[in-house]
Design a protein around this ligand. Structure first.
Ligand code: NPQ
Ligand code: MG
Length: 378
């Protein structure tokens, strides 16, 4: 197919509650959506870059810039384009995995919608619904944390992930264990510690956690292998795994026993599938991460989480974990702690055009020949 035009749609959407991690507090999302207009029809992608470069070096304005000036020109120039070719066509642009993932996703969605195949079918899903966990932000006090966790358990979530940072780690874990017993529990530090904190983090070993996610900075892969000599709770990498090669190296180094897969972080669903397969061949379980996606990104993630080696519950929470009103017509609703894998063509979700208009802050269209920017008048 031919990529005739790409619409870059920016939305501003409030979170149901502020979400605090070791790198900051988020109250609203500023999200870049990508609509691919192809000779075979349209497709949607979602860029998971945050407003600031604090989770990773990518950020939403940067993603929009690199798409406009460096990525899209390499794709619209093609007379014939398949989603499977996008990753290779963009290989000379270093980094910018989230921007690359967003356009590949939109093209893949268009391609699959055109042939009536779902993301799940295409990716090799082996289940019709996936177990869901929830990521719980840093709270001001333990009682407030316990109230939040209790609420999520009442909703049916099958696993709790606590965000931790120095000064908010052992105590919240101890309190949640004490109150809620042997609920599946894990923690995520988002790079907030050093190797010198290993003895301290080993105190978590007493609480039977599923894993500790990304305790140290993303480039310190070897240090994670060294920490694993001191901490017996399995180490899981998130930020460090930005490519298939990074995953292979981390596994070889024994830096992690589990890997968090986020398609945006690794440059798209196709690279994510390669990482899934690599991990399976090394008996490394994987689970689906989350980036506070709208229903568009959520749909792709839920489909991928239905693959065979996704054996731990993901951060694939329901739409209402983050948004009062999603931008798709049928939001993801938790049923018995699970989400159903969409079966319709492509992502299998429909954008709610009225809701989309309501939250759109700017749109820009790039055509094969010319580019134009507009701000919506409401
Ligand atoms: C993680 N997600 O696993 C991420 C981190 C994260 C659900 O814990 C804006 C954009 C805010 C991306 C906050 C979860 C974010 C973000 C946290 C990603 O590490
Ligand atoms: Mg993480």
């Amino acid at each position: 197919m031919r990529l005739e035009a790409v619409e870059l749609i920016r939305i501003g959407i409030p979170l149901v509650a502020p979400f605090e991690t070791s790198f900051g507090v988020q109250s609203d999302r500023d999200i870049l959506l990508v609509k691919a207009i192809t000779s075979d029809g349209e497709g949607w992608g979602e860029c998971v870059a945050g407003e600031e470069p604090t989770y990773s070096p990518e950020y939403v304005d940067g993603a929009q810039h690199v798409l406009t000036h460096h990525l899209l020109p390499r794709l619209v120039a093609r007379e014939d384009l398949k989603a499977e070719e996008v990753f290779g066509l963009l290989r000379h642009v270093h980094g910018h995995q989230m921007a690359k993932a967003a356009i590949e996703m939109a093209i893949l969605d268009a391609q699959l919608r055109a042939r009536g195949e779902s993301f799940g079918k295409y990716l090799g899903a082996v289940r019709s619904e996936v177990d869901c966990g929830v990521s719980v932000g840093i709270h001001r006090t333990i009682p407030e944390l316990l109230r939040t966790v209790g609420g999520f358990l009442d909703q049916g979530y099958r696993r709790i992930k606590l965000k931790i940072k120095p000064g908010w780690d052992i105590e919240p874990v101890r309190a949640v264990r004490e109150r809620f017993g042997d609920v599946p529990l894990q923690v995520d530090a988002n790079t907030a510690y050093n190797l010198s904190d290993a003895k301290h983090l080993a105190e978590l070993d007493a609480y039977d956690l599923l894993l500790i996610e990304q305790p140290m900075p993303e480039d310190q892969v070897l240090a994670h292998a060294q920490m694993a000599e001191i901490v017996s709770t399995p180490i899981c990498l998130d930020e460090s795994i930005h490519s298939l090669r990074a995953a292979a190296d981390a596994i070889e180094l024994h830096a992690c026993r589990i890997i968090n897969i986020k398609p945006g972080r690794v440059g798209g669903y196709l690279e994510a599938r390669r990482i899934h397969d690599l991990c399976a061949s090394h008996s490394i379980p994987v689970w689906m991460g989350g980036m506070l996606e709208t229903g568009i990104g959520r749909a792709g993630n839920v489909a991928m989480a239905a693959m065979s080696n996704f054996t731990l519950p993901g951060d694939t929470s329901a739409s209402d974990r983050y948004y009062h009103r999603d931008i798709i017509t049928e939001p993801f609703v938790l049923q018995g702690g699970r989400l159903r894998v969409p079966t319709g063509p492509g992502l299998g979700v429909t954008v709610d055009e009225e809701r989309l208009r309501e939250v759109t802050t700017s749109t820009m269209e790039m055509r094969r020949e010319k580019t134009s920017a507009t701000t919506p008048s409401r």
